[in-house]
Design a protein around this ligand. Structure first.
Ligand SMILES: Cc1ncc(COP(=O)(O)O)c(C=O)c1O
Length: 370
């Protein structure tokens, strides 16, 4: 055997890779439309698999990004000072309570880098965002998962799962993939039930699609609980997924720890320009969000009308708990050019697209399941 190759169980390891990384599965992004076309020999496939915004970036934001392109011979502003200040003013919070990351998933990684030592526990409901286990395991942390009840979080069980080894609790609201949200008042109850040295991440990647009835953790929780961090993103509602910019609101002490582990210049200058412009272009962006919300209601109604019981959809996707047929149904849709995200044995997650894309999903879904 080559001197640099070793085996850990079934794993072949070259060099001295950390066991925590060697045992990780590689990240698999949602399948793209072109890939599905090539695999199935079809044309005109549509991707409803990654919860992206189906609409082009709005003109004002596209122009700001184009204008920033002429400066990319220079590094961007590592601290993104203007963007932090703009987010602070936009949300009505102190700019020292704001930080930015390379997508909100970048902030998730920073949070784990800052708070999780090997053997530390991180508690989250499951099913939830697939990046949670990856980032916890990367640090040799121990994921502690709490089953959903009827596709919703059981926050009492989450509180009960917290131990003296728990460093972080992760709550995606709305949750990916189920789409259900939790009320800020219920998170407050959880915070009061657990030790305040446990960081509670409130991951609001889909905030803009959620009903206002669920409260606002930035104002309802962060000022009163120094251990809360709220993350949000420009990827989804603002249509900037390809540029990678997300932000967090938390106590300035948490912000300071996250900032220490931010990869140099991770929020690049185009991402900063796009996010800054988006904050000022809500008159162009909000109508597109409104269309997506109307379309979500229409798709929910059509699928429910066919007899499927759906969890409350609060994001830009719906979750259909089809159970054992999830993989087969998803493959069937894909052969017809509609790429959705299967969760084997559980359900399928379908991103809300343009009205024409949603029609295409609906007619194929209803035919395949009818
Ligand atoms: C719950 C949740 N959080 C965070 C993210 C990360 O989004 P981004 O890194 O693009 O901000 C996603 C993306 O799918 C998500 O579903």
């Amino acid at each position: 055997m080559d001197a640099y190759i070793a085996r850990i169980g079934d794993l072949v390891v070259i060099g001295n890779v950390r066991p925590a990384v060697a045992s990780l599965a590689a990240y698999r992004p949602g399948k793209g439309a072109e890939q599905a076309e090539a695999e199935h020999g079809i044309i005109d496939a549509i991707k409803l698999a990654s919860n992206e915004n189906p609409y082009d970036t709005v003109p004002t934001v596209a122009a700001a990004i184009a204008a920033a392109a002429s400066g990319v011979n220079r590094y961007g502003d590592h601290r993104a000072v203007d963007l932090r200040a703009a987010i602070g003013a936009w949300l009505g919070v102190d700019q020292n309570a704001v930080t930015v990351g390379c997508g909100s998933v970048g902030l998730l990684q920073q949070l784990c880098l800052s708070y999780v030592d090997p053997g530390d526990e991180v508690v989250y409901p499951w099913l939830s965002f697939e990046a949670y286990p990856v980032n916890v395991k990367m640090m040799a942390g121990v994921p502690v998962t709490v089953p959903l009840i009827d596709h919703r979080f059981d926050l009492q069980a989450v509180a009960d799962a917290v131990t003296p080894r728990t460093k972080i609790v992760m709550l995606a609201t709305p949750n990916n993939p189920t789409g259900t949200a939790v009320h800020a008042a219920d998170i407050k109850q959880l915070l009061e039930a657990i030790s305040d040295d446990v960081i509670v991440l409130v991951d609001e990647a889909y905030r803009e699609f959620m009903s206002g009835d669920f409260g606002d953790p930035v104002h309802d929780l962060v000022p009163h609980h120094r251990n809360v961090i709220v993350t949000r993103t420009f990827s989804k509602a603002y249509g900037l997924a390809g540029l990678r910019s997300g932000y967090a609101v938390a106590d300035p002490d948490i912000v300071g720890e996250l900032d220490k582990v931010l990869l140099a210049f991770a929020v690049n200058s185009l991402a900063q320009a796009g996010a800054l412009a988006a904050i000022g272009a809500m008159d162009e962006i909000q109508p597109k969000i409104d269309i997506l919300l109307m379309e979500r209601d229409r798709v929910v109604e059509a699928v429910s009308g066919a007899g499927w019981k759906l969890p409350d959809a609060q994001a830009n996707f719906i979750y259909i708990p089809v159970g054992a047929s999830a993989s087969e149904l998803s493959a069937g849709l894909e052969r017809r050019g509609v790429v959705v995200r299967p969760f084997a044995g559980e359900g399928i997650r379908v991103t809300i697209g343009t009205p024409a894309q949603n029609d295409r999903f609906l007619s194929n879904f209803l035919e395949l399941t009818g």
